[in-house]
Design a protein around this ligand. Structure first.
Ligand code: NAD
Ligand code: UD1
Length: 333
């Protein structure tokens, strides 16, 4: 049985991926410092899968702990989620973001080298694409960033390319997620950010739960179907399944490759709000506000590479995503 080390295992995407890995017969070894997640996620994963993660509570910046994990477990592949992910906060606290996301990842890669583990899956993001690229976004498009968070992703993608150039036995897939939302069907795990949500779906959920009075819609003057921003929302369970396919792929191949995980379809802010209202029966009040700094009108993924290389495509639609997000939030907050 293969042993997979999942960093950020109790986080939003890490927890769903751990479930898929356990259900597909892999052993999951997890590490998380619980900065943006809760320990009870482990019990919920157990409830869903009837299996457990071997969990280490701690920080990827702690090299002694990483060594302990690699000594105690023969790791076949690392799936690396652990990172800070709030774009706006990264502008205010660049050092925290570079230290955690870049130094943290270098620590993990260094430990892998020390223990001769050469299989790696990296959580990258659609944020690495230059905003002037035409849509849909293709993997070979020009890269650029507008925030320290975005730069941490571009920097690590470069590091991974360089590692492969120096060692052709290295095997890596850099998964570039578009906008993961939704939750597991059990409603036991989902997205539960600490503090004020930055992203659209968690904010809509807060309004539905009467935690906030209305949603601020950032701009209705874009050149899109209704003037509001269009994004490629993808169900987190689809994203998790994409990791299982990527992991099977890295275990039998060599190289470093960037692959989009999205649906290839765009949905506007108001379309998402309308769909959420339909499945939840809740009214989502909103106010139109000025555009958010750094936002662009519309982007979505070209998904052909994921299909061709990983045999992966998304299965869930926007209604599934809204319903599963809603069910998770109403049963867990
Ligand atoms: P999340 O915050 O829910 O999960 C990340 C987990 O990593 C958290 O549980 C956090 O406590 C942990 N963590 C952070 N720093 C750590 C450290 N130094 N040591 C140990 N644990 C640490 O975020 P997520 O949405 O699950 O995102 C996972 C990855 O995917 C991140 O790398 C993120 O940048 C990337 N990503 C996410 C999205 C998205 O919309 N969710 C989109 C693109 C890329
Ligand atoms: C954001 C990040 C991006 C990251 C992605 C996934 C920014 C500028 N970009 O992308 O780097 O990879 O999350 O984590 O933060 N919206 C509202 N009101 C809100 C929140 C959002 O109208 O309260 C709108 C936005 O303007 C956008 C859409 O909803 O049009 C989606 O926003 P969001 O969920 O933050 O994702 P992205 O902007 O795509």
């Amino acid at each position: 049985m293969k042993n997979i080390l999942v960093t950020g295992a109790t986080g939003f995407i890490g927890s769903h991926t751990s479930v898929e890995l356990l259900e597909n017969g892999y052993n999951v070894i997890g590490i998380d410092n619980l900065y943006n997640s809760y320990k009870d996620v482990l019990l919920k994963i157990e409830k869903i899968t009837k299996k457990s993660i071997k969990f280490y509570e701690g920080d990827i910046l702690d090299y002694t702990l990483l060594k302990k994990i690699f000594k105690e477990n023969r790791i076949d592949c690392v799936i690396h989620f652990a990172a800070l992910k709030a774009v706006g906060e990264s502008v205010e606290k660049p050092m925290e973001y570079y230290y955690n996301n870049v130094s943290g990842t270098l620590n993990v890669l260094n430990c892998m080298k020390e223990f001769d583990c050469k299989n790696f899956i990296y959580s990258s993001s659609a944020t690495v694409y230059d905003k002037d690229n035409s849509i849909p976004y293709l993997e070979n498009y020009k890269k650029s960033a507008t925030s320290p968070y975005g730069y941490t992703k571009i920097m690590i993608e470069q590091v991974l390319n360089d590692i492969y150039v120096a060692d052709n036995d290295f095997s890596c897939v850099m998964l570039r997620y578009f906008n993961p939302i939704g939750a597991h069907k059990s409603a036991l795990i989902g997205e539960n950010p600490k503090g004020i949500p930055n992203n659209l779906m968690p904010y809509i959920c807060d309004v539905a739960m009467s935690k906030r009075k209305f949603l601020n819609v950032f701009g209705n003057d874009y050149d899109t179907i209704d003037g509001t921003g269009v994004r490629d929302y993808v169900h987190v369970v689809d994203v998790a399944k994409g990791h299982v396919e990527a992991m099977k792929y890295v275990l039998v191949s060599r190289g470093n490759i960037g692959i989009n995980l999205g649906t290839g379809k765009g949905t506007s802010v108001l379309e998402l709000v309308k769909c959420f209202e339909k499945v939840s029966g809740k009214k989502i009040n909103f106010k139109i506000c000025p555009r958010r700094d750094g936002d662009i009108g519309e982007f979505y993924a070209d998904t052909n590479k994921a299909k061709e290389i990983l045999g992966w495509e998304s299965k869930f639609d926007i209604e599934d995503m809204c319903l599963d997000s809603w069910n998770y939030i109403r049963f867990n907050t």
